[in-house]
Write a protein that binds this ligand. Structure first.
Ligand code: ZN
Ligand code: ZN
Length: 452
């Protein structure tokens, strides 16, 4: 019998109406724990009030005992009023009683709402989710309590707290709670004494395409190999291996506008430091971490970045993106087709006729064929040593000078073009050098096109 359980509880502990309702949370639906608790206490009060009025002495005596218990131990106002009206005495408990289970956390929920509101000040978001981590004392005490009274239909402190705070915040902030991927996560850490709120802001992802118009800068920020970014004599105390990078040129404006703490650059593959990225540009996604502003004027940022970096880099096609697309960008990079322009130096001078003949042979050997590339020497320190098969789609070429050639090569993403030309001492086969029967050297390389 639920009523008996309520008496058992209040004979031993004072708990607030919210917590009483929580102990029976799985019973009855479409209501709140407070209403559940209040309904229980009110029903018991009514039942005993009726028995008191029944005229049966035995029932009347029992009713007074019960009403007193509710008035004194549960501090329940309707029971107190009934006793007052009937002119019956009970001990008025003026000392402030704290709920044994929550220390009145549920009666003071507005404090938690205010605190979150302050922490969210000047942060732009549309959706949120509440998380909480009550200290173990609270959880353990409640577990013991439930065992002591054999309460099997209760809900956890955490889910009760999260729901109540979430509901209030939804109204106060006029924002929607969202379980999957909310813009902000509001995490409460609390004990009986103190509480803290931490705001975790979802990263903002911006997609775009970049051109690298100069040689000599890497795609992403490289920390100095000697000091790992702390700053040393070798790097002139910049902490950087290269003075700048595509990433370093692009991200400051985004960080500034979004008020992010930092950012991470995700490229769809990367070109070598000495390779330019021309044409429509290479897709990238910039991840802005902890952005306080989520609604950016992307056109304005694009214009500004391009103005500051004129003739160095250029960005275009900016739009909002997400984490899923970052994964797609990374996994699909090897499946894209790329078109390169290579300026190649030959060891010996060659004639027009010789070149013409070799170009025919090149097309025959390479077009729509696969080549084998063992990890080049120059990257072997950071890439696993293995043989990769890469497809070459199309080759075009012209003789610029007797010892200078220009090739346009269409290949599968991830092909090492410099090695395709020089052969990498036999590690790439077949190679242009092999076919020309003389050493060839790729002097300049540009990416002209990346198809996605
Ligand atoms: Zn309570
Ligand atoms: Zn250094």
């Amino acid at each position: 019998m639920i009523f008996d359980k309520v008496f058992e509880i209040y004979k031993k502990y004072y708990i607030c109406i919210h917590c009483l309702g929580r102990m029976f949370s799985l019973l009855g639906t479409n209501t709140t724990n407070f209403d559940r608790g209040n309904s229980l206490l009110l029903s018991i009060t009514m039942e005993n009030h009726k028995n008191y009025l029944s005229g049966n002495d035995f029932l009347k005596k029992e009713a007074v005992t019960n009403l007193k218990l509710l008035a004194e131990n549960a501090n329940y106002l309707p029971a107190q009023k009934v006793l007052d009206n009937e002119g019956l005495d009970y001990t008025k408990n003026h000392s402030i009683q704290l709920c044994y289970l929550c220390h009145d956390i549920f009666s003071n929920i507005h404090n938690y709402i205010i605190k979150a509101g302050q922490s969210l000040d000047k942060i732009e978001f549309d959706s949120f989710l509440i998380g909480s981590s009550p200290e173990s004392l609270i959880i353990n005490q409640e577990d013991k309590f439930k065992t002591e009274f054999n309460l099997l239909e209760g809900e956890s402190f955490k889910s009760h707290f999260n729901r109540v705070v979430g509901k209030d915040l939804m109204i106060t902030l006029n924002k929607t709670p969202e379980f999957n991927n909310p813009d902000v996560l509001i995490i409460y850490t609390f004990g009986f004494e103190a509480n803290e709120v931490e705001i975790v802001i979802k990263s903002l992802f911006i997609y775009g395409r970049y051109n690298k118009l100069i040689r000599g800068i890497p795609q992403t920020h490289w920390f100095c190999k000697n000091c790992m970014g702390r700053g040393c004599e070798l790097c002139n105390f910049t902490g950087k291996q290269y003075s700048t990078s595509v990433e370093d040129l692009i991200n400051p404006e985004f960080i500034k506008e979004s008020k992010a703490t930092d950012s991470k650059f995700h490229g769809a593959g990367r070109e070598d430091i000495d390779v330019r990225m021309l044409g429509q540009g290479r897709p990238f996604i910039l991840e802005l971490r902890n952005p306080k502003i989520r609604n950016l004027d992307l056109t304005k940022i694009e214009r500004k970045v391009n103005k500051i970096n004129r003739k160095r880099i250029k960005i275009q096609n900016l739009r909002y993106s997400n984490k899923k697309e970052v994964i797609k960008l990374k996994t699909e990079a090897k499946n894209t087709k790329k078109v390169y322009k290579a300026i190649v130096k030959t060891e010996n001078k060659i004639s027009k006729e010789f070149f013409k003949q070799k170009l025919i042979e090149l097309k025959k050997v390479f077009e729509n064929q696969e080549i084998h590339q063992q990890t080049p020497y120059r990257v072997s320190h950071r890439r696993a040593d293995k043989i990769r098969e890469k497809r070459i789609y199309k080759i075009d070429g012209k003789l610029i000078k007797p010892n200078l050639l220009e090739f346009k090569i269409e290949t599968q993403g991830g092909t090492y073009i410099k090695e395709l030309i020089n052969g990498d001492e036999g590690r790439t086969y077949p190679s242009f050098s092999e076919l020309f029967e003389m050493p060839l050297l790729c002097k300049e390389l540009d990416v002209l096109e990346i198809s996605t």
